[in-house]
Write a protein that binds this ligand. Structure first.
Ligand code: 9Z3
Length: 360
């Protein structure tokens, strides 16, 4: 006999089922509870002050190939867009929760963190064994330092790291849920480059994937490695034919469930949600951005192409024509649909030629 389902309990939808399955199958990052506590304290503090708060995601997510991870697939992103945008949001009075890929660019320190902008190049020896900024760099360094200290001292910036795609999704879900009390004062600005594919844990090797069967004899369940080796076979890294030639590696990846729907409808239903769409083929960028907006029903998709992302982006919003924003000082390859001010463009595009934000 079948139990009758009470009519007031809606049946779980596919997005909820996918969410439950993904988050129970993929373990959370070890610091999730600590990060959630920090985020809660930060969000509650700013919510009580009635201050707008933005969660910026930044940097690329990794896809581990092994549980004890030696190898992983990565997504392109230096974190420039996120780190630069964070500075502009702070300038505009937002508190910034910066969820970023560990070791990617950070607001303020990004000015001095690249190999081409190594902080040591901006310093010189001062009197009595001290270290000071070089005269020609001091004014800018002081400006950046003051902004950084101001943000830190006023508790306006909280920086939390992630590494893998599952770390990212666990962190995003926890933080987005905490943002509910902010209502429309909460903005989610999703600039992180998020993997579309991953290796599910039940198919993931515990240990480093072996490239030869040299270790097979150690594993009693397997046949001992063959000791007779074809004269022509060589290990990849060793020209002596002591071990059989390397195995090829075939990786079978599953699609990462699309959680933007869950974010919009469940995790942060009142928040303002801005996502980025990255493509390499100009013919599909706007179509994909519009498709994402129609599908997830959020507030804005900012489209960008890998090759031109520093100079131009396209805003795709509900009920509005597509709006291109281009930084006018950079020579154009295509004609503009609409050029706004450099300040507008820099605050969205994240950077110009030398990773310098234009002054508003
Ligand atoms: C972006 O498109 C960012 O603008 C970049 C910034 C990653 C290109 P950089 O950090 O680069 O300044 O070097 N981010 C979003 C990419 C993404 O994964 N979007 C998802 C998608 O396209 C949707 S949330 O499906």
């Amino acid at each position: 006999m079948m139990d009758s389902i009470p009519s007031e309990v809606p049946p779980p939808n596919l997005h909820d089922l996918a969410e439950d399955h993904y988050f129970s199958a993929n373990p959370p990052p070890k610091d999730l509870d600590k990060h959630t506590a920090l985020a809660r304290e930060f969000i509650d503090y700013h919510a009580a002050a009635g201050r707008p708060l933005v969660l910026i995601t930044s940097g690329g997510t990794t896809v581990p190939l092994e549980k004890q991870t030696v190898r992983f697939i990565d997504n392109f992103s230096a974190g420039t867009r996120g780190a630069t945008s964070a500075e502009y949001f702070l300038e505009a009075g937002y508190a910034v929760l910066f969820l970023h890929r560990q070791f990617s660019l950070l607001p303020f320190s990004r000015h001095y963190s690249h190999a081409t902008d190594c902080f040591l190049d901006f310093l010189r020896e001062g009197p009595n064994g001290s270290v000071v900024a070089r005269d020609e760099d001091a004014a800018k360094m002081l400006h950046v330092l003051r902004k950084y200290r101001d943000a830190r001292d006023k508790h306006m910036l909280l920086v939390l790291p992630f590494v893998s795609i599952s770390d990212y999704l666990h962190e995003l879900r926890s933080i987005a849920r905490l943002m509910k009390p902010l209502g429309p004062l909460g903005l989610l600005y999703l600039a992180a480059a998020v993997s579309d594919f991953f290796v599910p844990p039940d198919r993931m090797s515990e240990h480093k994937i072996q490239s030869t069967d040299a270790a097979d004899s150690v594993d009693k369940k397997k046949e001992p490695a063959k000791s007779v080796v074809d004269e022509e076979t060589f290990d990849n890294f060793d020209s002596s034919p002591t071990v059989p030639r390397s195995k090829s590696l075939v990786i079978d990846l599953d699609p990462v469930p699309k959680f933007l729907k869950n974010l919009v409808e469940g995790w942060s239903p009142q928040g303002m949600i801005v996502s980025f769409k990255l493509e390499t083929d100009p013919r599909i960028l706007v179509h994909k951005a519009r498709y994402s907006l129609d599908r997830y029903q959020h507030h804005l998709v900012i489209g960008n192409l890998l090759s031109t992302r520093k100079w131009e982006v396209v805003f795709v919003a509900p009920g509005s024509p597509d709006r291109w924003i281009r930084i006018p000082t950079v020579p154009h390859k295509q004609s503009s649909v609409g050029i706004s001010t450099p300040a507008d463009a820099a605050s969205i595009a994240g950077e110009v030629e030398k990773d310098e934000p234009l002054d508003p």
